[in-house]
Design a protein around this ligand. Structure first.
Ligand SMILES: *Cc1c(COP(=O)(O)O)cnc(C)c1O
Length: 381
């Protein structure tokens, strides 16, 4: 159990559910439990709640309600965006371009497509984690159906220059998808400013529920349905809607949007405080990712000479929860594909810890963790 003394610094892995979100969701479990497809009042009320949530999500990303499709989360949205475009008949002989530092929901999908004979290119990144524009331009010379580059990286926090990438993709006749799971709710995410055709978001990264997300699909984009069955989600994603989850995502999106500036300011300030103290007080530490174009909450740091998993275990014993990179690779012995892509050695990758700051983080918690870091490093050296 979490106690008051515990310090949670893994907001990129998941976030606690906002109390107002929980409150908004509760009636849809056992009071307004009707099926949104049913025509009597319980059903119609559930339908209204789903429609309302769709409008809230759409508003939060600058889209129209009809362009938002609910899914089971960020992973499904990523899978759908890529498979839904690439597996269409007219795209069989076309290329799929992505980057080496994507989330596994994209990379493992890409690997599956490759097995099915699709031409996939994984763009390299520079030492800060930026996709190389020239490499993208070069790869686009082959007929490309889709480019998928994440808005910000979940491990090192680098925020990519999506508007530039989507523009050149469009000039070459390709569609553009971005995984905005880490940026949505943290920095402005506007589908038109980013110039994207497809965009993934997830509920549980924005103080909403787990198991719900959305895929934005720009009007007119040719994409196949993902789950076949009933006519839900305008025939594109069958299955009775996760009404409480969808209501929760809508509420969480609205709240996140309303406090975006305040959130960004505060979390960025805490992040910079954390980073500057690490750099000045811990000589063996080195920050990963871009310092200028970075997620507000991300502090990814390599401690030279210190084993990352030992560090995480020691922190855990003291009630501090952080991660080795991404939650999905925790427990795996493979070095992070992101850290190796930015030029870290396997050894350095294994000496890396990711702290992610969020809404409930307090300055004294950061002070406490800095003290523990110094203690643990002295002990381990
Ligand atoms: C968490 C995360 C996902 C997966 O989202 P789920 O809702 O957990 O499936 C995808 N992409 C990125 C960048 C993430 O951080």
């Amino acid at each position: 159990m979490l106690t008051a003394k515990n310090v949670y610094l893994d907001y990129a892995a998941t976030t606690p559910l906002d109390a107002a979100v929980l409150e908004a969701m509760l009636p849809y479990f056992n009071v307004v439990y009707g099926n949104p497809s049913s025509i009597y009042s319980y059903g119609r009320e559930a339908r209204r709640a789903v429609d309302d949530a769709r409008r809230r999500v759409a508003t939060a990303i600058g889209a129209e309600a009809g362009e938002v499709f609910f899914t089971s989360g960020g992973s499904e949205s990523d899978n759908w965006a890529v498979k839904g475009v690439m597996l269409r008949e007219e795209n069989q002989d076309k290329r799929f371009i992505t980057s080496q530092i994507e989330h596994h929901a994209i990379l493992h999908t890409a690997a599956r497509l490759e097995k099915q004979g699709i031409d996939v290119v994984y763009l390299p990144v520079d030492e800060e984690g930026f996709v190389q524009y020239d490499a993208l331009v070069n790869c686009l010379r082959e007929k490309t159906a889709l480019v998928s580059i994440m808005h910000a990286n979940n491990e090192i926090g680098t925020v990519e220059h999506i508007a530039e990438y989507s523009q050149i993709a469009h000039q070459n006749g390709a569609l553009f998808h971005t995984d905005a799971v880490q940026t949505f709710g943290s920095i402005p995410v506007d589908v038109n400013k980013l110039g994207v055709d497809l965009l993934s978001i997830s509920g549980h990264k924005i103080y909403g529920p787990k198991g719900v997300g959305a895929l934005y699909v720009r009007k007119g984009t040719l994409i196949d349905s993902f789950i076949d069955g009933g006519a839900q989600e305008r025939g594109k994603r069958a299955g009775t809607e996760n009404v409480p989850g969808i209501v929760g995502l809508g509420k969480a999106a609205e709240i996140a949007c309303g406090r975006l500036g305040v959130f960004e300011d505060r979390v960025t300030r805490y992040r910079d405080y954390f980073i500057s103290r690490i750099c000045s007080e811990i000589p063996c530490a080195r920050i990963n990712g871009s310092l200028s174009s970075r997620l507000p909450g991300n502090v990814s740091v390599t401690f030279e000479g210190i084993d990352g998993s030992t560090m995480l275990m020691k922190l855990d014993q003291k009630g501090v929860f952080a991660s080795s990179g991404s939650a999905c690779t925790a427990g795996s012995l493979d070095p992070s594909h992101v850290l190796t892509a930015i030029g870290r050695t396997e050894k350095e990758a294994s000496q890396t810890v990711r702290f992610t700051i969020g809404l409930l983080t307090e300055l004294d918690e950061i002070d406490h963790v800095l003290e523990l870091l110094r203690e643990i490093i002295t002990e381990l050296k």
